[in-house]
Design a protein around this ligand. Structure first.
Ligand SMILES: [Zn+2]
Length: 206
C-alpha cells in the first residue's frame, strides 16, 4: 500500500455545498477566519452572487455546484451545459475563478466529466462525509470523520440548507470548523483549497 501522506504535502480540503446562505455562510466565513483556514465553497450562484463575491474576496476558493439542484442523471447534457456556462460567466463577473465542479448529490451522468473538461472544470467529490445535512451534532460529526482525516482528504459540509436536508439550521457545521481544523493540524495537515490540493497531488504524481 502506498503512503498517501507523502503524495499531497500534508493538506486537507474543507468544502461547503448548497450555499451561499444569507444566515449561515457569514458564520462559516467567521469560523474559518477565526481558525485561519481556507476552504472551498461549491456554490449555487442564483442563491446570492454578492455573497459569492465575499467568499472569493476572503481568499477562499469558489467552485461550482449547480443552477437547478437536480441529479445530472435526470437532466439533458445540453440543458446542464447552458446553465453552467451562464452561471460560470456570472461567477467570473463576481471575481471568482472557478476551477472545480461538484454536481448536485455528487451524482455524475455518463457525460458529466466530459462536459466539465470542456468547461475547464475538474469534478471533485469527497472522501469524508460529515452528513451535516442530517442534523448531527458537531461532536458526532467529528467522531464520524476522524478516521478519514488524512493527507489529501476532501471533507464534505454544507453552508446552506439544501434539498433533502433534515435540519433547519447549520449551527453544528459552524461549530465543527474549529475542532476539525485542530484535528487536522494535530496530524500535520493544513487546510487548503481543493485546487491547491489537486495541484499538490499532480506534482507528486509527475
Ligand atoms: Zn447540494
Amino acid at each position: 500500500m502506498t503512503e498517501p501522506e507523502t503524495n499531497t504535502g500534508g493538506a486537507v480540503a474543507l468544502t461547503f455545498d448548497d450555499g451561499p446562505d444569507a444566515r449561515w455562510t457569514p458564520r462559516v466565513l467567521d469560523a474559518l477566519r477565526a481558525a485561519d483556514a481556507v476552504a472551498t465553497f461549491f456554490v449555487t450562484p442564483g442563491l446570492g452572487i454578492e455573497a459569492v463575491a465575499e467568499i472569493a474576496a476572503a481568499g477562499h476558493e469558489v467552485g461550482y455546484h449547480c443552477g437547478r439542484h437536480v441529479r445530472h442523471t435526470d437532466r439533458e447534457r445540453g440543458d446542464v451545459a447552458d446553465e453552467a456556462r451562464a452561471d460560470l460567466e456570472q461567477l467570473g463577473e463576481a471575481g471568482a475563478t472557478v476551477r472545480c465542479w461538484r454536481p448536485p448529490w455528487g451524482v455524475l451522468a455518463p457525460w458529466t466529466r466530459d462536459l466539465a473538461a470542456s468547461l475547464g472544470l475538474a469534478v471533485v467529490l469527497w472522501d469524508a462525509d460529515t452528513e451535516d445535512w442530517s442534523g448531527r451534532s458537531a461532536t458526532t460529526m467529528l467522531a464520524g470523520i476522524d478516521p478519514s482525516i488524512r493527507a489529501g482528504a476532501v471533507v464534505l459540509m454544507h453552508d446552506g440548507i439544501g434539498p433533502g436536508a433534515l435540519r433547519t439550521e447549520a449551527s453544528a457545521t459552524v461549530e465543527l470548523i474549529a475542532p476539525l481544523v485542530a484535528l487536522a493540524r494535530g496530524r500535520g495537515l493544513e487546510p487548503a483549497t481543493v485546487s491547491a490540493l489537486t495541484a499538490r497531488r499532480e506534482r507528486a504524481a509527475a
